[in-house]
Ligand binder design. Sequence first.
Ligand code: FE2
Length: 487
Amino acid sequence: MRIVEQRELTHDQPADQPADAAPSPWLTGAWEPIHDEIVAGDLAVTGVIPPQIRGDYVRNGPNPAFDPPGRYHIFDGDGMLHGVRFEDGQASYRNRWVDSAGLRAERRAGGPLYGGLNEFRMPPQEVLAEAGPLKNTANTHVWRHAGRAFALLEATRPTEFDLDLNTIGEYDFDGLLQGPMTAHPKTDPETGELIFFGYSPFPPFIRYHVADPAGRLVTSVPIDLPRAVMMHDFAVSRDHVVFFDLPAVFDVKALVEGKPGIRWEPEHGARIGVLRRSEPTSPVRWFEMEPFWMFHVLNAHDDGDAVVVEACRTTKLNAEFGEEDFEPAPPPTLHRWRLDLASGAVSEEQVDDRPTDFPRVNDDLAGLNTRYGYAGHTRRWDDGSVEFSGITKYDLHGGTSSAHDFGPREVGGEAAFVPDPERSDDDAGWLMTYVTDLAAGSSDLVIVDAQTMEQTARVHLPRRVPSGFHGNWFAHGAQGNNRTVGI
Ligand SMILES: [Fe+2]
């Protein structure tokens, strides 16, 4: 291994940091931020990297550049991209902060100017004009479409970056994108369309968007909701879009006043809405449900008159937003809904009772009746502490599962599916995720064969990679996330 480049980005403790504040669990252990940007080549590998693996694995996550001035929320930190490039049989690593306008202003000021979801602070007037009231940390996901790679935060516009992980800047689809873009867009593998939505605290509370394979925003439709809600993910099948109107009410006035900006209000119930993709201006068909919460969808597909959706579901919002009376929710488990558009009936079943989240499929089959799905399973999930200890593979047709466990001291996260360009089976490919040995303070990129769920190889990284959120595989020669031809 050879370190090619290293930039130490030092920072000072802000003067108003309470000296006796208990450290946030999201700033310690596996989540402890790092303070430099490095490039390293010729990484040591255990096992053999299959020659079909040619591309970049890039994962996003929160990594505050400055110590937070108030109570930190896990969603607050500046986005940091960690990438491993596979090329010519070798692996290299680099990490870069998303260089947002807000972070640039903070670097100039030498300290934090923004608060967060637990303790909002309006930045100074001159920074407000330049970077807005909410810092676009772009810390949640990465997605590529029509040759542009985006770092995504659901409250703001996408931020474009190049594959050396340098920030290009915010992107607005040639001025056509109104409002934010979800961090969980979908690409239709058959049409090459990018399908997404944005939610807002102001009416219309949702806008639904489609960009064509060339990246032109061709559809933007407002969707009526009774109130502003946090909508983290959605589902797309070949013919339908599925929205989740769940009672996590978004209240920007309360947020600015320093109160919880997102409140769980189960009295509103929950609704799942289905929109025909071919008729985006037609009314959304809503299915009324008992209150529930889910952050992440596994996949959706059409089945006759029904839409089938699988997601990691729990009974109530399982994230805290500064409420004094917050009660933890049970860990999410994989559920399946069947939404019958002919009869109006909805049925629900629990697919598995083991706690899982970060569900993914082979995105070359997204929206279709995939046989296999993958999710992170945990060795513990309790009050404010989650340790992802492996990957569960679900056979959604057969009703069985198998699993890969990391080492006993290792913590992982979401695994992205890397399709084998030379094979077309549903599970022909690999799963990739960063794992950190908590005791040793070191990290590897683990590559798991998705058919056998056995480890194929490990790339030993030159540094600890903090836990994060979502990542993707950008195949070399492709214009989208995965595909080596076409989109
Ligand atoms: Fe997410």
